[in-house]
Design a protein around this ligand. Structure first.
Ligand code: 5GP
Length: 203
């Protein structure tokens, strides 16, 4: 079976505004499928199990690794995070734009397996100062968690050149437009269109 779905990967520090941008994409793009990750991190107050993440214990996560359930998984800030292989394949078969919000380690693993289907975007804040301010203002993580996230962000930024696109989320409206145009273009790449079928019908 030929697959005409595409994978859109967003990476970048938590606090860069990825979730808000994803919400905007969801409103504007019909055939988008957001891959809900599995994590061992504790649920935040405003999060919904099954919507933001599937929250599981470390034991459950490790069993899932053994069963080969993940397309990719990584230890990020001391917590496990992983992407379901099965749901991704199902969505790709349905011709969807499958959206991952994953870290840099996960991106490299996904690239190994599905490189030809991937469009990747690194999203960041204009400076580390802005990142810290946003994380503090968000008030969802402890100070030590925030420190870990900021340290990790510095390391992740070093890998940004490995991505197809780079968005600095300073002006949200601009970042939104940039991401939307990337997502729309990703679905007109030739590999994501059944051109043989089109030609059959066209001639
Ligand atoms: P948060 O705990 O702030 O929701 O996410 C922390 C980091 O984990 C973010 O950089 C996010 O992109 C990353 N992340 C979320 N889900 C996954 C996943 O399934 N796989 C990997 N590798 N990283 C993930």
């Amino acid at each position: 079976m030929n697959i005409y779905g595409t994978i859109l990967i967003l990476s970048g520090p938590s606090g860069a505004g990825k979730s808000s941008l994803i919400n905007e994409l969801n409103k504007k793009i019909d055939n988008l499928y957001f891959s809900v990750s599995v994590t061992t991190r504790k649920k935040r107050k405003e999060e919904i199990d099954g919507v933001d993440y599937h929250f599981v214990s470390k034991d459950e996560f490790k069993k899932d690794i053994e069963k080969g359930m993940f397309l990719e998984w990584a230890l990020v800030h001391g917590h496990y995070y992983g992407t379901s292989l099965k749901y991704t394949i199902d969505a790709l078969k349905k011709n969807k734009i499958v959206l991952f919000d994953i870290d840099v380690q996960g991106y490299f693993q996904a690239k190994e397996k599905f490189g030809n289907l991937i469009t990747s975007v690194f999203i960041t804040t204009p400076s580390i100062k802005v990142l810290k301010t946003r994380l503090l203002k968000r008030d969802t993580d402890s100070l030590s968690e925030i420190e870990k996230r900021v340290e990790n962000a510095k390391k992740e930024l070093q890998k940004a050149k490995e991505y197809d696109y780079f968005i600095v989320n300073d002006d949200f409206e601009l970042a939104k437009k940039q991401l939307l145009s990337i997502a729309i273009s990703s679905k007109v790449k030739t590999f994501s269109i059944n051109i043989d079928n089109f030609i059959k019908k066209w001639v």
